[in-house]
Design a protein around this ligand. Structure first.
Ligand code: FAD
Length: 169
């Protein structure tokens, strides 16, 4: 696995454990499904060469809400992606849309924030080597496809991950 992706997993684990210790009301699940890696040659798309994509869905809440997604992506040297709901709302350009009617990507790590995991969205990111889902709903469909998941409010979790990454620099 790419060292950056491995570092992100480590940071997420630390953040999840830390938040869990402080807030018992939040439930964090780490899911490991051991999926085989995708063959990059089969999957066209701009993220083929990008190690990490940080993507936001309706759960981000607004155009301004993407500031925390952009911040995390910036720290990781990652691309920003989004769901169709987001492009339909005008929060991000269509060029950022991942999915059946967007771009098909195959990064080492796909971080899906506030994205439910509709089949049309998964069609665009199923080539990712690993998927980390951050979602308030433990039963969201994306949890079935995620290698790792953090259940909770992305507005709390995403900045916490960014803060932990900053501490390492
Ligand atoms: C022909 C066709 C083509 C399509 N093509 C695409 C495509 O290319 N790409 C695409 O993405 N979709 C596509 N769609 C749309 C798709 O079916 C879904 O409607 C869309 O993907 C849902 O976007 P979403 O996950 O952002 O929103 P939702 O389904 O509304 O999910 C929002 C998620 O955010 C979570 N959430 C809410 N608040 C928070 C919070 N504070 N913290 C954490 N989590 C939170 C919720 O639990 C939920 O799981 C297509 C549909 C059709 C019919």
């Amino acid at each position: 696995m790419n060292p950056m992706a491995a570092a992100v997993f480590a940071v997420v684990l630390v953040v999840a454990i830390g938040l869990f210790a402080r807030r018992a009301a939040l439930i964090y699940r780490l899911i490991r499904m051991g999926k085989p890696a995708a063959r990059f040659d089969d999957i066209p798309g701009r993220a083929r060469a990008e190690a990490v994509v940080v993507s936001g869905g309706r759960g981000v809440g607004s155009k301004d809400g993407f500031a925390i997604i952009e911040e995390l992506a910036g720290l990781l040297g990652a691309a920003v992606g989004c769901s169709r709901v987001v492009t339909s709302a005008g929060w991000r350009p269509h060029s950022d849309q991942v999915g059946q009617t967007g771009t098909k990507i195959a990064p080492d790590l796909y971080i899906a924030c506030g994205i439910s995991g509709a089949t049309q969205h998964m069609a665009g990111c199923k080539g990712a080597k690993r998927i980390l889902a951050i979602n308030a709903d433990a039963e969201a469909p994306i949890m079935q496809n995620a290698d790792y998941a953090v259940v909770g409010d992305l507005r709390e979790i995403v900045p916490a991950i960014s803060a932990e990454i900053r501490k390492t620099r």
